[in-house]
Design a protein around this ligand. Sequence first.
Ligand code: MN
Length: 293
Amino acid sequence: MNRLGVHALVWVGGWSEAECDRAVTSTAALGYDFIEIPLLDPYGFPVEMTCRRLERAGLGATASLGLSPETDISSEDPAAVARGEDLLNTAVNVVRDLGATHLCGVIHSALMKYMQPRTERGMANVVAVLRRVAERAAAAGITVGVEVVNRYETNVVNTAAEVVSLIERIDRPNVYAHLDTYHMNIEEGFVGLAIERTGERLGYFHVGESHRGYLGTGTVDFTAVFRSLARIGYAGPIAFESFSSAVVDPKLSNMLGVWRNLWTDSHDLARHAKAFMEAQLLAARRAMAVPPG
Ligand code: MN
């Protein structure tokens, strides 16, 4: 069975001690296995405080982030690439000190709408930096997930096929594809096939609806998604990701275009998502077991 998690922005927009406590306690109370913590500023992240709260709740953690134009490793500007590598190295240290298992997200570029295509020099920088970051992560037992996001949030990897090709270039055993149903619903022609072609390269999975609200109330074909996850025997973490103007991180929410109030009750949303994902996982496994003919 996959470990199930929830993104911290379902609960809180910041990470003060009170916010950390609320997010961790609420996640654990619903029976999730882990919380995904956004590490937009790994330099100032309160590691010890967070560790205490995770331990007290018996909750696991993963971490994700998006780079900015100042730390864009897909840039041709060596200074930005160096700042990005330093930020990612710092993030690896935080993930290690938290006892977390995965560092994932938009670790390959700035999380933003680019106004020009990626360049080969920029991609060479991505490959070189992520290779070194992966080696540092491997030494700490951390898995690295390269997230595929839609065209309005990166120009580096918009499809599963593109991330598989990037991972092959990086060529380190702890680097995996991180797919997200919200983004796949925009960019892939055949979501199930994209998952199946990623196959054993898949290492982290975001479950999000087409409008990023309640699961099952948008246009993502979750039956197809979970059947394809079952077909490739995906056993890695699955994290529910949802955003509403009801809970706002001043940096991340604006970059993601979270303008609408899609929900107000975090607890009801997260409880529903866990039941939804468990039902889909079970149904997909049962469907696999139905004898043909
Ligand atoms: Mn995502």
